[in-house]
Design a protein around this ligand. Structure first.
Ligand code: ATP
Length: 488
């Protein structure tokens, strides 16, 4: 990361705190590592992002419905899904520095460094060696590579590492008052399994016909070995997932369709398309027959924001095996090749899984601008969040020009009409210029000023965030003007 982008990213993080978007969790106790709270503006922005996703996925698709499954699930769920045995990262400690690392991450950092230094051959060789070791779950080989590369502590003591061991990422806790091994429950590490275990319930109660989808927004928990890059890698985070159930044999088609549709959804947020790219997984998880990530270029480089996975019938088959309940679907449609109905099968699944917190950060860094407004006469600048108006935490701010002459009452009267539909903020403190700057900093698209003329002719000044231009409009027109830009 260059010095300028590093600086900019640090500014975004402090801006997020200063303006009530993101706080470190339990900050008065010096914080809890990799856990964050969303403040008054952050929670509005986050809710708007959820609404945007929910509307696009559930409301706009007749064949997709939404659910809200519990975070706690029967422990067998995680046996069936493979998480109890396989959801782990290789971990290593440096005995000298007493620091803990993810073994693969250490090597990835080294690969990135070789690439940045133009040593592409070295990077490729290390990548191949690491891939082989990971694939074969050869933990001693991973350690060997780390020692060879003298990562993290390139001078003395670099060979003083512990062995590499697997570390399960699920948080566990006890259910009920009596401690007993049988009562161990997990905080879900993904929302997807809540959908799979409800597949039969939703299919039957909703009389869903294949192809159909089930969507869900909810918290997930992972005891990440190391936390990085602000809200990119958290121990408690939120996912927006959709599992789309299809006829076996059609999964490739649906996979391609969802891949394109999800990218379009991102681009509709008016963010620079050059910042997005697809990344194809070459090492597929045991349950997948295709997988792509949608990556976004953050100030610290490209990072996965969303995964689109073709999960075959793995999850439903596993739940059928472990629960003894038939996960089959009867497809009455006639197969033109056999002239017979397709009949009974376990559906295949295409998953789209996006991290809400990463989407939040993507939105924030894309919107953030330190704009130079200097003229020949004077130096000036502002920090503005150029958020899409639909996403802005506050849609409009209302300012009485002064605190007297009936202007506050008039301003509140206008606000009362608008607040039924929009999140509106009233501000009367400080000069108008300062109030504009405060609203720019949280991305409010409109500021409305009530002055003495308003009392005479019911017109107000509306000032637009992006252009800073102002115009006089009838107060009665405000609803239409705001509505035109902020409705979905
Ligand atoms: P990564 O490789 O970055 O750990 P992943 O491949 O494990 O991510 P998935 O299991 O596919 O991620 O989860 C889907 C989405 O959930 C990711 O694209 C990401 O946006 C989000 N996500 C996963 N882990 C975290 C985390 N620890 N903190 C915040 N978001 C996360």
């Amino acid at each position: 990361m260059s010095k300028a982008t590093d600086e900019l990213f640090k500014n975004v993080i402090s801006h997020a705190k200063e303006y009530g978007f993101v706080f470190q969790s339990s900050e008065i106790y010096d914080g809890l590592s990799a856990v964050y709270d969303y403040g008054q503006n952050g929670s509005e922005l986050k809710n708007n992002l959820k609404t945007y996703w929910w509307k696009a996925m559930v409301q706009m698709h007749e064949n997709i419905v939404g659910i809200d499954a519990a975070i706690f699930m029967h422990p067998t769920t995680w046996k069936a899904s493979g998480h109890v045995d396989g959801f782990s990262d290789p971990m290593i400690d440096n005995k000298d520095s007493k620091k803990r690392y993810r073994a693969d991450q250490l090597l990835e950092d080294k690969i990135a460094k070789y690439e940045a230094d133009g040593k592409t051959d070295k990077a490729a060789a290390l990548q191949a060696a690491m891939d082989d070791a990971l694939k074969a779950e050869n933990l001693p080989r991973l350690k060997e590579l780390i020692v060879e590369q003298e990562i993290a502590c390139p001078v003395s003591g670099t060979r003083n590492w512990t062995d590499v061991r697997q570390f399960n990422l699920m948080f566990s806790t006890q259910m009920g008052a009596v401690a007993d091994d049988a009562d161990v429950v997990y905080l879900r590490p993904e929302t997807a399994q809540g959908i799979f275990v409800n597949y039969l319930n939703v299919q039957k109660s909703g009389r869903m016909k294949i192809p159909f989808g089930i969507a869900q927004i909810g918290k997930a928990f992972r005891n990440e070995v190391i936390a990085r890059q602000f809200i990119i890698r958290m121990r408690e985070f939120e996912q927006m997932e959709m599992q789309f159930f299809v006829r076996p044999g059609t999964q490739k088609e649906w996979f391609n369709q969802w891949k394109e549709e999800r990218l379009k959804w991102h681009l509709a947020l008016s963010i620079d398309p050059a910042k997005y790219r697809f990344h194809e997984h070459t090492k597929l998880a045991h349950y997948a027959d295709a997988a792509y990530d949608i990556e976004f270029e953050f100030p610290f480089g490209f990072k996965e924001v969303e995964g689109i996975h073709s999960r075959t019938d793995f999850d439903l088959s596993q739940h059928q095996k472990f629960s003894g309940k038939k996960m089959q679907y009867f497809d009455p449609e006639v197969n033109p090749e056999t002239n017979q109905p397709y009949g009974n099968y376990i559906p295949y699944v295409i998953e789209t899984s996006i991290g809400l917190d990463r989407l939040f950060l993507l939105t924030l860094v894309s919107a953030y601008e330190e704009e130079d407004l200097s003229t020949a006469e004077k130096q000036d600048s502002r920090t503005v969040l150029r958020l899409h108006p639909c996403l802005a935490p506050v849609k409009a701010a209302i300012f009485p020009l002064t605190k007297k002459d009936g202007l506050p009452e008039k301003a509140r009267e206008i606000m009362d009409k608008l607040k039924l539909d929009y999140n509106i903020q009233y501000e009367e403190k400080d000069a108008i210029g300062k109030r504009y700057r405060r609203q720019d900093a949280i991305g409010t698209p409109f500021c409305i000023t009530v002055d003495h003329q308003t009392l005479e002719d019911d017109t107000v000044t509306i000032r637009y965030r992006d252009t800073m231009s102002q115009e006089r409009v009838a107060a009665a027109d405000l609803e239409r003007i705001i509505g035109n830009l902020v409705s979905w």
